[in-house]
Design a binder for this molecule. Structure first.
Ligand code: ADP
Ligand code: MG
Length: 271
């Protein structure tokens, strides 16, 4: 059963947007059983843009990021990332649903950083950063190692290449996780509450690395409660609640002059 499935009508008319932003979500729905977690998400992220997503726990922020990266399959709507209609392939003018192994290729240009680092505990820092380029992209070990050392230098951990995750602080582990994601040369980076499990004194070092990435022009979608970071770095802030985008816009508008009562209620709790 290696053939792609029959052409599908599920995603509707798959006309890619003219300007081709990095991410486009159109009326995206996602259910877990009977629980509808995403209820018609519309969102665009331009290339080079930093978008921060804020919102209460359970509002679907992580699920949305996981859909961007195709860790979750959407139930309806359309989702493009880096020019790909996620989960589908166009051949001879028709759309075919991709199998998971083929989806993996679409995901290669998307890096993801999780709240709990998710490093391989039994591999050294260097091993963590070189694993995917060698195993997935078939880069030579020497090239992957060279690049890993450059990236570790960039996140301020050149001297930790031989350490193991358990020997590092949370902030250091998260910086390794960022280097590991960058090793795949992503064009889009997704961050899911990257500083939420860190002791307060370690948050800054991770945010500084992220600021550097943003300054270098990386397209980033960041789920975060760090409103200071959002104010300083984000081009756009998206407030989500109960599976919908309640409002979005420049940080000073959404965070200082929210138009919606739900946004005001949320901000009054986190500030
Ligand atoms: P947030 O990141 O905003 O806190 P999530 O996207 O993690 O929200 O979760 C949104 C809702 O979806 C929650 O009610 C959560 O319990 C539910 N959920 C998330 N993942 C799953 C899953 N794999 N199976 C069932 N329910 C899930
Ligand atoms: Mg979450």
């Amino acid at each position: 059963m290696n053939r792609p499935s029959q052409p599908t009508t599920a995603p509707g008319e798959p006309s890619a947007p003219a300007t081709e932003p990095m991410v486009v979500a159109r009326n995206v729905h996602k259910r877990f059983g009977r629980l509808e977690v995403l209820r018609g998400i519309n969102l665009e992220v331009d290339r080079g843009e930093v978008v921060c997503i804020v919102g209460p726990s359970g509002s679907g922020k992580s699920t949305l990021l996981r859909c961007f990266n195709h860790l979750e399959r959407i139930n309806s709507g359309q989702l493009w990332a880096n020019g790909h209609l996620m989960g589908y392939q166009r051949r001879r003018g028709k759309l075919f649903e991709l199998r998971d192994s083929q989806v993996a290729r679409q995901r290669q240009s998307i890096g993801m950083v999780f709240q709990n680092f998710n490093l391989f505990p039994h591999k050294s820092v260097l091993g963590n950063v070189t694993e995917a380029p060698v195993q997935v992209k078939r880069e030579s070990r020497a090239a992957a190692r060279q690049r890993a050392l450059e990236l570790l230098d960039r996140v301020g951990l050149a001297d930790k290449a031989r350490s193991y995750p358990g020997q590092l602080s949370g902030g250091q582990q998260q910086r390794v996780a960022i280097a590991r994601a960058l090793a795949m040369r992503p064009e889009l980076m997704l961050f899911d509450e990257p500083t939420s499990s860190l002791d307060p004194e370690l948050v800054g070092e991770v945010l500084d690395v992220m600021k550097g990435l943003a300054a270098d022009g990386m397209t980033m979608v960041v789920v975060t409660h760090e409103l200071g970071f959002a104010r300083e770095v984000a081009d756009s802030v998206v407030f989500m609640d109960e599976g919908v985008v309640v409002e979005s816009g420049p940080p000073h508008e959404v965070l200082n002059h929210p138009g919606e009562e739900r946004t005001r209620a949320f901000l009054s709790k986190v500030l």
